[in-house]
Design a protein around this ligand. Structure first.
Ligand SMILES: Nc1nc2c(ncn2[C@@H]2O[C@H](COP(=O)(O)OP(=O)(O)OP(=O)(O)O)[C@@H](O)[C@H]2O)c(=O)[nH]1
Ligand SMILES: [Mg+2]
Length: 460
């Protein structure tokens, strides 16, 4: 019967005829061809075909077997690196990837070395990778480098660095509000006071506050006989610091309270999830065990975004499907945190302000659920406000205040706001301390709010 009759090609292939085996492969008789290739793998050409076939099937163990048995001339360095990486031969992977030397390979080497505890070498390779990193990858590499440096104890978080960052952050405010115009090389006269008032209003510190502040400055200048704008600048700083009295707060996380719960509130896009991610990173870096709770179940993307931050920071996460009851997620998350011994639980919530009543009810319910398990929690209820919308955020805050008590404010995006002065208005109006500020999108761009530094950064 013709059906069972072996074709001529097959017969030739079985005898090890190279072109016949390749022909079988081309005809789609993959399994048959593979068997024959394995049989004749001592032939370098056939071995190469077999190696490619294994790679295609992601059968790395078999590819590795070939490399071990026949030496390393098979495939490209990148392919060999991948095989070694996949089978866990890290020394081999590092050697091959280093031969390739492109960005992806160097990043892989950096990751492998970091994961295997070879930090000095990891740092060296990551720094090489950074030099050739495409712009979209720079931040990722910089974060890795920072993480390794921290593990090596090479980064000190100096006060000046934070201040520098904040100064850089407030650049946008300072671009549109050039305090230098009034504070540099001018004599103190009525014209100067009027300009100063205008600038303060522009920086969004609030009209009433600006007028009162400048009125105060006029009186002081007269009384103390202040003649130069430089002197006036110092007095202005002091006065603004006075205005901000009581605005500075610190996160209150008692060591003995486990798990301390922090609830995050804020409208869409204000920066809740990002702030939670940054904070999670800070806590895990301090060796704390952190649980993230994805109680913003409104969009699937919101849950995924929190998952990414959980991975980056090394925190655990409790989540359910999109549309799940937020209170149910919170219950499960807090319950897990108690059972599994987490130090801190950070809860992400949704902030749809256009559905005011449902939002308020949802937040109240979330709080109730927390207190069912832990009557004294949440330790902190933080309202996240976006600095770029300036004083408009005060209206938002009032809605959230109706729902639950707020223990502190986080002002985000101070790095990109022309209204950096709004911090003053926000704190004075709401009478809630500002505990944290966001000055960028990367993982360490979260700072404790310091009146002193803020005023220096705003006016310098
Ligand atoms: N420049 C800058 N961007 C920030 C900062 N904080 C957050 N962002 C960005 O603001 C955008 C919104 O941040 P999210 O953390 O997603 O805001 P959210 O409040 O969780 O928003 P929803 O999940 O949509 O309710 C993101 O693109 C963030 O990267 C900051 O301090 N500086
Ligand atoms: Mg979010």
């Amino acid at each position: 019967m013709l059906f069972f009759k072996k074709s001529d090609i097959e017969k030739r292939a079985e005898k090890g005829d190279k072109s016949a085996i390749l022909e079988l492969l081309r005809k789609g008789k993959r399994e048959k061809a593979k068997k024959l290739l394995e049989k004749y793998e001592s032939d370098p050409d056939l071995r190469k075909v077999l190696f490619d076939l294994y790679l295609e099937e992601e059968n790395f163990m078999q590819a590795y077997r070939l490399l071990e048995r026949y030496g390393k001339e098979l495939g490209t360095a990148k392919e060999r690196g991948l095989v070694y990486e996949k089978v866990g031969n890290y020394a081999g992977a590092v050697e091959e990837y280093l031969k390739v030397g492109d960005f992806d390979s160097l990043l892989k080497v950096g990751n492998i070395l970091k994961a295997t505890g070879k930090r000095e070498k990891a740092l060296e390779v990551l720094e090489r990778a950074l030099k050739i990193a495409p712009p979209s990858k720079r931040e990722e590499v910089e974060e890795k480098i920072y993480a390794v440096k921290r593990e090596l104890g090479l980064v000190e978080e100096k006060k000046e660095n934070l201040l520098e960052k904040l100064k850089r952050g407030l650049r946008k405010t300072k671009e549109s509000v050039e305090f230098g115009i009034v504070f540099r090389g001018r004599k103190v006269d009525e014209e100067l006071f009027e300009e100063l008032e205008e600038l303060l209003v522009k920086a969004d510190i609030g009209v009433k506050t600006a007028v009162a502040l400048v009125e105060d400055l006029r009186r002081i200048a007269l009384r103390k006989n202040i003649k130069t704008s430089e002197e006036l600048k110092e007095v202005t700083k002091e006065k603004v610091k006075e205005l901000l009295k009581g605005c500075e707060g610190t996160l209150n996380i008692p060591e003995d309270k486990k798990p301390a719960v922090i609830l995050f509130l804020g409208v869409n896009g204000s920066g809740k999830t990002t702030t939670i991610g940054k904070l999670a990173y800070k806590f895990t870096s301090e060796g704390k065990k952190v649980m993230l709770v994805a109680a913003d179940t409104f969009r699937a993307a919101a849950i995924e975004q929190l998952e990414v931050w959980a991975k980056r920071s090394g925190a655990d996460i409790t989540k359910k499907h999109e549309g799940a009851d937020p209170a149910a997620v919170v219950y499960e998350g807090v319950e897990r945190a108690i059972k599994e011994g987490h130090d801190i639980t950070l809860i992400d919530t949704a902030g749809r302000l256009h559905t005011k009543e449902p939002l308020i009810n949802e937040l109240r319910k979330v709080k109730k659920v927390i207190q069912k398990l832990l009557p004294e929690e949440p330790t902190e209820t933080l309202l996240v406000l976006d600095a770029t919308i300036g004083q408009n955020s005060i209206q938002q805050a009032k809605v959230f205040k109706e729902a639950v008590d707020i223990s502190g404010i986080v002002v985000t995006k101070l790095d990109g706001s022309a209204k950096g002065g709004a911090v003053i208005a926000i704190c004075r109006e709401l009478k809630i301390p500002i505990k944290l500020i966001g000055v960028g999108e990367s993982i360490e761009d979260l700072q404790q709010f310091s009146t002193e530094e803020y005023v220096e950064a705003l006016f310098d």
